[in-house]
Design a protein around this ligand. Structure first.
Ligand code: WE7
Length: 159
């Protein structure tokens, strides 16, 4: 019998419509693939900006995920102080997200706040904003997120 506590993970980007819902979907799909849902039962995403709250993910994120057999279902929400109590890991995409989150994180929060790209075995630390670029940016994000998802599970000693 396992004695470890279940782990919860929150992914964060700017608007919560491109990178973080993709990360949520890909990581959840990876967790399911390895039958680890009982170890990581809570996976969500949020944005640092309120601009898109309530919106569905960007159609380019949805089609990139769909092309790789990964379902996406999310509505944008804004990250809150409380997320730092609710989640063990708060993983973001770029240095701007990281600096915004550092200013929100309560001093007593034990959440691990990091760039998701820190878990990429290829060492690509920044998952860049694809919003004003072409579809290849989304494809590149998808590949980074796929590698970092497996890397995170290895870090957690679940693979
Ligand atoms: C983005 C974005 C992204 C940039 N998703 N938006 Cl226009 C705007 C204004 C405030 C907040 C948001 Cl979220 C948005 C729409 C959504 N990934 N990236 N905007 C972006 C990129 C480079 C320079 C400036 C911005 C606003």
């Amino acid at each position: 019998m396992s004695t470890e506590e279940p782990i919860s993970v929150l992914f964060v980007c700017l608007g919560n419509i491109c990178r973080s819902p993709m990360a949520e979907a890909v990581f959840a799909h990876t967790v399911k693939k390895h039958n680890l849902q009982s170890k990581i039962p809570k996976i969500d995403s949020a944005g640092t900006a309120s601009y898109h709250v309530g919106s569905a993910p960007d159609s380019r994120s949805v089609s990139t995920c769909k092309a790789h057999g990964v379902p996406v279902k999310h509505h944008a929400r804004k990250v809150s102080k409380n997320d730092f109590e609710e989640f063990d890991y708060v993983l973001c995409m770029d240095e701007s997200n990281l600096s915004d989150l550092k200013s929100i994180k309560p001093a007593n929060s034990k959440a691990v706040l990091k760039l998701f790209g820190e878990f990429d075995p290829e060492g690509e630390r920044i998952i860049e904003d694809p919003y004003y670029g072409g579809t290849q940016g989304f494809e590149h994000n998808f590949n980074q997120i796929t590698r970092a998802s497996e890397g995170l599970l290895k870090h957690l000693k679940l693979l």
